[in-house]
Design a protein around this ligand. Structure first.
Ligand code: MLT
Length: 409
């Protein structure tokens, strides 16, 4: 008798974004005359920048030529990309990360889910509430939780509520976790963590033998120089943290697929006898066993964002989205919403009007304004009563959507 992984049965409905997609599709099919504006999933709309496209083409041409053709590449990524990352994302910002600590992959969603595999099944996980749903869902899938409770929390996960009272920044947990997921700039609230804040977490992890799983997928949107782009900007972090980075939002790679995870050699976790082991060789073992690397043309394209011209072009696109976020913030404020985030981040987080439930507001917005956002409760129970707008839209659509929201009754 083939047995299923019963942990999957603990998960409630479908994954958040396909569920939104389903509702929007249904609405669009029933109302073909309506123009629906999508500001739900944080999916980019602007094309790859010319420097990236040029390198992508060169990569394809290399594959068409016997002298430059590539078969399997190194599973961890080509040196040209790993070295460009180490230099530009870390060394130039005063952080000493070696190219050898960088594992190129096809996405941070996969990495944030897969990482749990190299940590023991007995680990207690702490996550922010609300936050990117992959952390909680994959914790459930991996069997580290009990059932979901009526309050929406899974038994066995340590939730750290983020709300207006704590400015959407989690407080240190009262119960000691083993693994701590942190995401800054935050998805969905758009808040950022200061150096002091991150120092507090690194010190906590050091004192309690925890590992911080730091998701920095939105670091490219930080414009305030005092805000860290990486957890490794904090002293002592290399011994207690690993970091996820992505080209998806930074350079429009949601459809192209390329990301990387940084695991410093110094990072250790423990066996059941309390003996410390480096985490990096385990991830390397997993990566080389279960993954055959990102395609060569995609890695060529990714490396192009680190050329002088590439940096400039990518920055322009980031600024375009940040300007969208500014327009959205101001317009939503004028309309009377309580607005958060959207300054060093591409997400604008609002309180629903008249204390409406998040999904009720989603339906109202879809049916009456034909605008799609993301219900805050989809990111965790503390997101109930909130709503997320994504700034990854065309400017014209942003302006039109804001006008429609203004005219909602
Ligand atoms: C989001 O909308 O939260 C993200 O785009 C989803 C993702 O990056 O997987």
């Amino acid at each position: 008798m083939a047995l299923i992984n019963e942990n999957y049965l603990k998960l409630q409905a479908g994954y958040l974004f396909p569920e939104i997609g389903r509702r929007v599709r249904e609405f669009a099919e029933a109302n073909p005359d309506k123009k629906v504006i999508r500001m739900g999933i944080g999916d980019v709309t602007q094309p790859l920048v010319p420097e990236v496209v040029k390198a992508f083409h060169q990569g394809v041409d290399d594959m068409a030529n016997a002298e430059t053709f590539k078969g399997y590449g190194p599973e961890q990524g080509y040196d040209f990309l790993r070295e460009a990352i180490a230099l530009n994302d870390y060394k130039n910002r005063g952080v000493d990360i070696s190219a050898d600590d960088i594992f190129v992959s096809d996405g941070s969603k996969c990495d944030t889910g897969n990482i749990q595999e190299v940590f023991g099944s007995g680990n207690k996980i702490a996550i922010c509430d609300p936050v990117y749903p992959v952390y909680a869902d994959t914790t459930v899938m991996s069997g580290k939780t009990g059932e979901i409770q009526p309050n929406g929390y899974f038994d066995g996960i340590i939730y750290m509520p983020c709300n207006e009272a704590n400015s959407f920044i989690p407080e240190l947990p009262t119960e000691r976790p083993d693994l701590i997921f942190l995401c800054f700039p935050n998805n969905p609230t758009g808040t950022v963590a200061s150096k002091e804040e991150l120092t507090k977490w690194v010190n906590y992890a050091r004192a309690n033998k925890c590992v911080i799983l730091y998701d920095a997928a939105y670091e490219a949107f930080i414009t305030d120089d005092s805000i860290p782009h990486s957890i490794f900007e904090i002293e002592g972090a290399k011994e207690v943290a690993l970091e996820f980075r992505s080209f998806s939002k930074t350079a429009g790679f949601t459809g192209t697929r390329c990301a990387f995870t940084v695991i410093p050699s110094e990072l250790k976790a423990y066996d059941s006898e309390g003996k410390a082991h480096p985490v990096k060789p385990l991830w390397n073992r997993r990566h080389t066993t279960k993954f055959n690397g990102v395609s060569y043309p995609v890695q060529k394209a990714a490396a192009a964002i680190y050329t002088e011209e590439g940096k400039k072009q990518v920055k322009e696109v980031i600024n375009y989205y940040l300007e969208n976020a500014r327009i959205m913030r101001e317009s939503l404020k004028e309309t009377g919403f309580a607005v958060f985030g959207g300054v060093n981040a591409p997400y604008v987080w609002v309180k629903t009007p008249d204390n409406m439930k998040s999904w009720d507001f989603f339906d109202k917005l879809l049916f009456e304004a034909n605008v799609v956002g993301t219900p805050g409760s989809g990111f965790g129970p503390s997101g109930e009563g909130y709503f997320r707008f994504s700034a990854f839209a065309d400017r014209d659509n942003v302006l039109e959507a804001m006008e429609r929201v203004k005219n909602l009754k």
